[in-house]
Design a binder for this molecule. Structure first.
Ligand code: 6R9
Length: 633
């Protein structure tokens, strides 16, 4: 990681105005209270929500690591995100402001969103959707994505949103793992002025994973797509039928009933379907959203992420809606048609809080400050960052050019597994550029060595979480053993959660995240596994073996470097290298396209046959490959 230059060592203290309006004025006392009486703290937070039946027990820790929160409680997250707002003035407030890339605008009041969700919930029911079944959603960034998610949750079905940037194999694998019978998709979406097809990919995926019986397609781009009799239906056709009436009861679910699964990359090729619940997840996203973004009724909040990422689930959909906030959603590329697109929308819609990723900031920083300077950004009062460490240069640009030195940056560290923010500033916490600062309420972290001893201040080690929290993933769909093995086995004695990141803690107790300790690669903030890319390469007939590693990149955080061994008789060359890149793109998605394909006769391996990615990385970076004595050949 780059060393912060001296000017960036500065500590940024919150201004008087920020302090005055903050929901939490003083972090320390509330933090101390939250960790000494964890269950009381969370019970108090949970009381802000409406429960059909109050819980009997806040936390049941008897079956570690399968914790249960708000045991015995009956709730539905959609009742809290939509239904209960119909009883008061929030009903007339905007829930969603959406702008399409071509410039079309759609807005939904809480009343309208509630109505659309109820209507689509009835459509899903008419297709036989049942509580507990997994419905796959593969969509561009349009309001129907949110409507579909909420409609699933309303009827007690489990949504599995697959990021629209993923491709055939990634989608097919996720459908099959979840044994999903219903797929909701769209003909396509607009990106950089072009219609990007999704239905064509969905069609190919359905051929590979035949579990889908019903596919509902939203018309967005209007492009021609193949529709199969008895399987394929247009969203607008179904929504215009009498069955799509706006009267639909919200199902009472148990606090621990699954709300969604979200697939994420791990160390093996098979993506993990992490399971989140109606009760604990609702409480956790609602509280983190409220405290970290300091939300007020008059705010307009924009999380410029994709709904297919956990950030979209927690801070585009559930956190904002439970809090009755107005959220902004934008379909396309940040620099289309010009690099002022975002700044123009902030001005036009009067956005108060912007939450995005370092990669997006770096991408816009490239075009210089003049694009932002053309616009009045004075509505902004808070900024946020998520997905990877934010390098101090980008932090400073975001702070000065976008926030005009007025807006604190909430650099939030968390994961698909954690459901919500874990290490994060609050507006009143003094900031150090590049540090996610301190643990959120109720959480205790540590930086430890392999045996679990705390490392010295300033030293690098494994980041662990020492306690359960309501937003934690409950398991991996269909594979509880993998859940235990991946996150809880290493420090099983202490019952700590292994985050998979290395980090250090400084003398002020600030956390600095360094990066992944496993084979997870973050490209532009998106999470991919080396093994996924490797299996995509090996699925090409020319390849027998492959290894993928991450190389640092100024813009995207990381880029993918691959080394492949070819089948005998196959000739290496630029043409094949391009073909392999395109193949990975077709199988997983554009985000996974390797920047480099290097041909070799053999991969460096340990005697036990493990690929030594460390050696490949050193070679690629032109560095000393270190001790090779354990190398097989
Ligand atoms: C929310 C999300 C999780 C991994 C995580 C870490 C990296 C996320 C970060 C950050 C440094 C931050 N990460 N936020 N690193 N500072 N503020 O990104 O979830 O896609 O599951 O990725 O992302 O490496 O372990 P997910």
């Amino acid at each position: 990681m780059e060393k912060p230059s001296n000017t960036l060592k500065k500590i940024y203290h919150p201004s008087k105005e920020v302090k005055k309006r903050a929901n939490v004025k003083d972090y320390e006392p509330l933090y101390q209270e939250s960790i000494s009486n964890r269950e009381d703290f969370w019970a108090k937070e949970a009381k802000r929500l409406e429960w059909f039946r109050k819980w009997d027990k806040v936390l049941d820790a008897s079956n570690h690591p399968f914790y249960e929160w708000f045991q015995g409680g009956r709730i539905n997250i959609v009742h809290n995100a939509l239904d209960r707002h119909q009883k008061n003035a929030t009903r007339n407030k905007l829930a969603i402001i959406w702008e399409g890339e071509p410039g079309d605008l759609r807005t939904f009041s809480y009343h309208a969103l509630h109505r659309e969700v109820s209507r689509f919930a009835n459509v899903l029911k008419s297709m036989g959707a049942r509580p507990g079944e997994v419905i796959t959603i593969y969509m561009p960034q349009i309001p129907e994505t949110v409507i579909a998610m909420l409609a699933c949750a309303k009827i007690g079905a489990i949504h599995s949103v697959v990021y629209g940037g993923f491709s055939v194999e990634a989608l097919a694998e996720r459908i099959e793992d979840a044994n999903s019978r219903i797929l909701v998709t769209a003909d396509g979406g607009f990106r950089r002025g072009k219609a990007v097809g999704l239905k064509s990919i969905a069609n190919e995926a359905m051929k590979r994973s035949p579990t889908i019986e019903v596919c509902i397609t939203v018309k967005r781009t209007g492009e021609e797509c193949y529709m199969e009799n008895d399987r394929d239906f247009w969203y607008h056709d179904l929504m215009s039928m009498p069955l799509a009436c706006s009267d639909c009861a919200t199902v009472e679910t148990d606090a621990e009933d699954p709300l969604f699964i979200l697939y994420t990359s791990g160390t093996t090729g098979k993506p993990k379907g992490l399971v989140h619940t109606h009760g604990g997840y609702a409480v956790y996203t609602a509280s983190t959203f409220r405290y970290v973004f300091d939300i007020k009724p008059e705010d307009r909040f924009w999380c410029a992420a994709d709904p297919g990422w956990v950030t979209g689930h927690s801070y585009m959909v559930y956190g904002p809606l439970i809090n009755g906030a107005t959220m902004m959603m934008y379909e396309g590329a940040p620099n289309h048609p010009y690099p002022n697109r975002w700044w123009q929308m902030i001005e036009k819609y009067g956005i108060n809080i912007l939450y995005t990723s370092p990669t997006a900031i770096r991408g816009l920083m490239r075009f210089g400050p003049s694009w932002a300077d053309r616009h009045n950004l004075s509505s902004l009062r808070l900024l946020g960052s998520v997905g990877e460490p934010i390098n101090p240069e980008a932090w400073k640009w975001y702070y000065e050019v976008i926030g005009k030195g007025r807006c604190p940056i909430m650099d939030t560290w968390w994961q698909t597994e954690t459901g919500g923010h874990m290490i994060t500033p609050l507006p009143v916490i003094p900031l150090k550029p590049g540090s996610a600062t301190k643990p959120f309420f109720g959480n205790e972290m540590a930086i430890v060595d392999d045996r679990g001893n705390e490392v010295k201040t300033g030293e690098e080690g494994n980041l662990v979480i020492k306690n359960p929290w309501p937003g934690m993933a409950r398991t991996i769909l269909g594979d509880p053993d993998r859940f235990v093995e991946k996150y809880w086995e290493k420090y099983s004695e202490q019952k700590w959660y292994l985050a998979g990141d290395s980090a250090r803690k400084d003398e002020d107790g600030y956390y600095w995240i360094i990066g992944r300790i496993d084979d997870v690669i973050k490209v532009s903030g998106y999470r991919l596994g080396s093994a996924e890319i490797e299996s995509a390469l090996v699925s090409h007939p020319a390849v027998t073996e492959a290894a993928a590693i991450a190389l640092p990149d100024e813009l995207r955080g990381n880029i993918i470097h691959t080394t492949v061994v070819l089948r005998q008789g196959v000739e290496a060359g630029d043409k094949l290298s391009e073909e392999l890149k395109a193949h990975v793109e077709h199988e997983i998605g554009p985000i996974a396209r390797p920047a480099f394909v290097v041909f070799t006769d053999a991969l460096p391996k340990t005697r036990s046959g493990k690929i030594m990615r460390r050696v490949l990385k050193a070679r690629a970076l032109g560095q000393d490959t270190g001790d090779l004595s354990t190398l097989e050949e």
